[in-house]
Design a protein around this ligand. Structure first.
Ligand code: GLU
Length: 406
């Protein structure tokens, strides 16, 4: 089942379980708007290349559309639609006054020079200038996009409309109106959820954690986990991973990755493939890479007690059921990784009000939001006797139902 159909299936099930208005569920199966464009980019060698770009505006009944822009070879309309549907649920789970959207460009940014990425980013702003805006649709970073790319998009947009408009996009650099704490927000928010969840579950001591994905979110989560004394025994990136049953030296691993471009071949340690990492006999699996990692094919081989979805859509629908039968607790993406969009909302608010919050202030508010959302999802799962993904959808649908009815 595709990630989009997984969301639809979850929506329908959650809707039935919590008796949500049928027209609301029907509305949420139909994204508001698809925008597909072509971005011409002048390459360093002087030739012109054309890239397919997308923005899917899923639902704005609770506030302006909100969601990241992904630069990745796997991007297509179907994927962007799926990620936009998740953003709609996510914004509602953490109760920020924002809707759901997603954007992307089908490209491997690792093959482009900095200048070419700038041309592409500015091109993205030009082709979508009419559909984005502080009260319309507010993009942000996602896989392989960063603060510099957000700055270029903000600059291009502001130049075109003739007005400095930082609130058009979040995840900008601090100097350009970005919020303190935004770069760490997804990882830190996930860690808050993780600690709340552990306080409810009885998983024992000396927990061993394997993390798939060593990008921004995975790395920050690992840092907080290590600080609190958890043992990280395996880490992987897009090229593969390393494993040491006694724990990894994360600071050294970061240096190794910087110097070698991958976590693999780390000292005398054993390399491990991304697939094998999922099947390790550890306590907790953190999925912080891409979607579709646990499928019906490998779900039976998963041995952990808890899975944390920091990536969007890493477990496909059929696999969820198998994991539930094996009594593996899954903490869903729409709750776990929502810290990113929460601090994006804080950034947007600061830009609109021309304020600057301290990092401490941002983190206190983030913790409050994540803890409240976690408790609501946890309590809802007890009330309806459903898993955490279903209860997160119910929490979101209750809120979406109110606004859509209005
Ligand atoms: N791309 C991030 C996500 O998937 C952040 C979105 C945002 O900040 O708008 O949640």
């Amino acid at each position: 089942m595709s990630p989009f159909l997984s969301t639809i299936d979850n929506l329908i099930k959650a809707g039935k379980t919590a008796s949500i208005n049928k027209e609301v569920i029907l509305k949420l199966q139909n994204p508001d708007r698809f925008v597909e464009a072509c971005i011409p980019v002048r390459m360093d060698e002087g030739n012109l290349k054309f890239f397919r770009a997308y923005r899917v505006q899923y639902d704005n009944s609770r506030g302006p559309y909100k969601g990241g822009i992904r630069f990745h070879p796997q991007v297509d309309l179907e994927e962007v639609k799926a990620l936009a549907s998740l953003m709609t649920i996510k914004s509602a789970v953490v109760d920020i006054p924002m809707g759901g959207a997603k954007g992307g460009v089908s490209i491997n940014p690792k093959e482009l020079s900095e200048k070419e990425i700038e041309n592409l980013s500015r091109g993205w702003a030009r082709v979508f200038v009419d559909v984005i805006g502080p009260n319309k649709d507010v993009p942000a970073p996602d896989v392989y996009t960063n603060a510099q790319i957000m700055d270029w998009i903000e600059d291009e947009y502001s130049q075109i409309i003739g007005k400095k408009t930082p609130a058009v996009i979040t995840g900008k650099s601090i100097k350009n109106g970005g919020s303190l704490g935004r770069d760490k927000a997804t990882g830190l928010g996930s860690f808050y959820v993780f600690e709340n969840l552990l306080s409810k579950l009885d998983l024992g001591n000396n927990l061993k954690i394997a993390v798939q994905g060593f990008g921004n979110a995975g790395r920050v989560f690992i840092d907080y986990a290590v600080q609190k004394g958890y043992k990280i025994v395996a880490v992987s990136d897009s090229k593969g991973g390393v494993y040491n049953k006694d724990g990894l030296d994360i600071e050294r691993l970061k240096v190794h990755k910087k110097e070698n471009g991958s976590v693999q071949n780390f000292g005398a340690l054993k390399n491990i493939s991304n697939e094998k990492l999922l099947e390790l006999d550890v306590d907790i699996l953190v999925l912080a890479a891409l979607e579709n990692q646990i499928t019906r094919e490998n779900a039976n081989d998963i041995k952990v007690k808890l899975i944390l979805e920091i990536a969007n859509g890493p477990i496909i629908k059929g696999a969820d059921k198998v994991l539930e039968e094996k009594e593996i607790v899954v903490c869903p993406d729409v709750l776990t990784n929502a810290g990113g969009v929460v601090v994006s909302y804080f950034e947007w608010s600061q830009n609109i009000k021309n304020e600057k919050w301290t990092e401490k202030d941002v983190n206190i508010r983030l913790k409050e939001k994540m803890t409240k959302a976690f408790n609501e999802v946890w309590n809802m799962s007890k009330e309806y006797k459903v898993n955490l993904r279903m209860s997160a959808y119910i929490v979101a649908l209750r809120r979406l139902e109110k606004s859509i009815k209005l």
